[in-house]
Design a protein around this ligand. Structure first.
Ligand SMILES: NC(=O)c1ccc[n+]([C@@H]2O[C@H](COP(=O)([O-])OP(=O)(O)OC[C@H]3O[C@@H](n4cnc5c(N)ncnc54)[C@H](O)[C@@H]3O)[C@@H](O)[C@H]2O)c1
Length: 272
């Protein structure tokens, strides 16, 4: 049977590094991104690396486009792996767009993938260390982010977080906390067919996104100085974590978040 993988956000940064790692693990690799130039270039670069690479232009905020992506994957063979890496950061959009891409888009993709899951299917979604660093205890907000596909989600978010003009950085942290909680919530449904779902929370990673945040937010330099490894992570280091979680080596790992932050959260003390 033909094995298929999907990588979203494959046109840049960590997603592109994940595509490189997965290219020799499956027969068909769908490289999905809102940036046509990014995925076309990546598909060309990976030609001859093992998998047949197909660039797919998808905006994860568009429900039909997400469904079409998953339908296309199922038409190619058995869905083995999904690395859902696409996302935007606090300096890349307003609070609503951040929640839409990072949390609502993830919920849509996971819902679309679930019916195709079977034994040994694995999906990894992307959260962030921001979910550990920048979220205050708020059960009402947790209840809202646990239902991101509900009508009135954005209004419910502003009411629960208590901000009439929400901050993009806070929205990013809540969106990524929502991803971590979504993964925990969905472990049973995926597990019912022998499939797995995890999230990965990167620290500051040397990608176009990571560099933009580093340059525009002075706190990032302070955080780097506190980080035990005293540096940014590399995209290939995150791709290695994703590759492990999607592999049979992680066959008993599901419903958890893996924090890959060079020790930043431990140093700040938010894990205590
Ligand atoms: N780089 C970091 O420091 C860092 C830190 C924590 C978390 N993350 C998370 O890691 C993931 C990857 O980040 P990166 O550093 O590789 O970023 P990046 O900006 O280099 O790449 C992100 C990719 O996602 C795509 N994308 C954005 N919006 C999309 C949409 N609506 N639909 C489809 N594709 C879309 C972009 O076109 C881009 O190719 C993101 O989810 C991000 O939130 C990154």
């Amino acid at each position: 049977m033909t094995s298929v993988a999907i990588v979203t956000g494959a046109g840049s940064g960590i997603g592109a590094a994940c595509a490189e790692r997965l290219a020799n693990t499956v027969d068909v690799l769908l490289l999905a991104d809102v940036s046509e130039a990014g995925v076309t270039a990546k598909a060309t670069a990976l030609a001859g690396q093992g998998a047949a690479c197909e660039p797919v232009v998808v905006d994860v905020t568009e429900a039909n486009a997400v469904r079409d992506l998953v339908t296309r994957a199922s038409s190619r063979g058995t869905l083995r792996s999904v690395a859902h890496v696409a996302g935007i950061s606090p300096t890349m959009g307003g609070w609503r767009r951040i929640l839409d891409v990072d949390l609502v888009g993830t919920a849509r993709l996971v819902d679309a993938v679930l019916p195709l899951a079977e034994a040994d299917t694995a999906i990894v979604c992307f959260a962030s260390m921001a979910a550990y660093l920048n979220v205050q205890t708020n059960p009402a907000a947790d209840a809202v982010i646990d239902d991101p596909l509900a009508d009135g989600f954005f209004e419910a978010y502003t009411a629960a977080v208590g901000e009439p003009a929400p901050d993009p950085g806070i929205a990013y942290a809540w969106a990524k906390r929502g991803v971590q909680r979504l993964v925990r919530r969905h472990a049973a449904a995926f597990g019912a067919v022998g499939a797995r779902i995890c999230s990965v929370s990167p620290g500051t990673i040397d990608t176009p996104m990571g560099r933009q945040e580093y340059e525009q937010q002075p706190m990032m330099k302070v955080l780097e100085d506190m980080t035990p490894l005293h540096r940014m992570g590399r995209a290939d280091e995150l791709a290695a974590v994703v590759s492990f979680l999607l592999s049979d080596d992680a066959s008993f790992v599901t419903g958890v978040d893996v924090l890959a932050d060079g020790g930043a959260c431990a140093a700040v003390g938010v894990l205590d």
